[in-house]
Ligand binder design. Structure first.
Ligand code: C2E
Ligand code: MG
Ligand code: MG
Ligand code: MG
Length: 287
């Protein structure tokens, strides 16, 4: 920012800029060493089919197990990782770890579970994105059809033609593409037809408003939109039996949310699989 003001003005901004730059370097160093010291872990949140009531997949969600701060939530560091570019190696670690875990659960006999992985805009712009995803699928042996890449609407704002091309190349790998937080970003109906998308994830802000008539109309509309476009639809942030029933009544395909389970560590997730936990089982699981 200071650079734009030119050489003469720079001095006025020096202290603030130094502080900002220092803070960035500090965080960048911390994130880099977190990666080296293996301080990141993935939690997994089940995605449950509303017809069968069974777990059909899971979303991988990163956490930072900081030696002093304890468990650090992604909102506290993903933005900074994005800014510094460290999201690229961190995202590569997430993808590799998530795919390896999904393959291990499949090999243990838990069925063809799908794993959903969040892809940040910075990763989307990386020239070797395709090669690195193909390599992870190859190395882990996870069937590509079991990988679901979650993207946000913001990605489609910049260069639409380029995005369309890249999405088709991703699809050619055999994986599925989801739009995360659907309805909160730059929602244009035209991109939904242009882009080879498989899943809409209804943002939890709409789900949490079920009960108020107008907001529920949005949920119902998104479900209809998805189905008219032959897309699967997943409701995020389902916290109550009432929300669940409403979504079931309106034909939503899958749910994800605290009502069924919070995101949990790998061993706790596997326990749910072993127990055959499903919508008919009762008490929600907390992390
Ligand atoms: P997201 O991809 O939309 O993930 C869903 C978030 O909603 C998760 O938060 C999850 O814990 C939370 N959630 C799920 N069910 C409920 C519910 O019933 N109620 C409430 N209140 N919240 C619920 P989390 O794990 O803190 O992640 C936040 C965001 O951080 C994610 O939003 C995603 O944008 C980002 N993120 C997480 N892991 C990664 C990653 O590996 N890579 C990238 N690029 N971003 C990630
Ligand atoms: Mg997501
Ligand atoms: Mg989301
Ligand atoms: Mg989000």
């Amino acid at each position: 920012r200071a650079k734009k003001l030119g050489r003469n003005n720079t001095q006025f901004y020096q202290p603030a800029m130094n502080e900002e730059a220092l803070e960035r370097v500090r965080i960048e160093t911390a994130l880099r060493s977190a990666l080296e010291r293996d301080e990141f872990i993935l939690h997994y949140q089940p995605q449950v089919d509303l017809r069968s009531g069974r777990i059909v997949g899971m979303e991988a969600l990163i956490r930072w197990q900081h030696p002093e701060l304890g468990m650090v939530a992604p909102y506290r560091f993903i933005g900074l990782a994005e800014e510094t570019g460290l999201i690229v190696p961190i995202g590569a670690w997430v993808l590799r770890t998530a795919c390896a875990q999904a393959k291990a659960w499949q090999d243990a006999g838990h069925g063809p579970l799908r794993i959903a992985v969040n892809l940040s805009p910075r990763q989307f712009g990386e020239p070797n994105l395709l090669a690195s995803i193909a390599e992870v699928l190859e190395q882990t042996g996870l069937p590509p059809s079991c990988l679901d890449i979650e993207l946000t609407e913001g990605l489609f704002m910049n260069d639409v033609a380029l995005a369309v091309e890249l999405l088709h190349k991703l699809k050619a790998l055999g994986l599925a593409l989801s739009i995360d937080d659907f309805g909160t970003g730059y929602s244009s109906f035209s991109y939904l037809r242009k882009f080879p998308i498989d899943v809409l994830k209804i943002d939890r802000s709409f789900v949490s408003d079920i009960g108020a008539d107008d907001e529920a109309a949005i949920v119902v509309s998104i479900i209809a939109l998805a189905h008219n476009l032959k897309l699967r639809v997943i409701a995020e942030g389902v916290e109550s039996a009432a929300q669940l029933e409403y979504l079931r009544l309106h034909g939503c395909d899958e749910i994800q949310g605290y009502y069924f389970s919070q995101p949990v560590a790998g061993d706790a997730f596997e326990q749910m699989l072993i127990e055959g936990r499903n919508l008919a089982s009762t008490a929600p699981i907390t992390a």
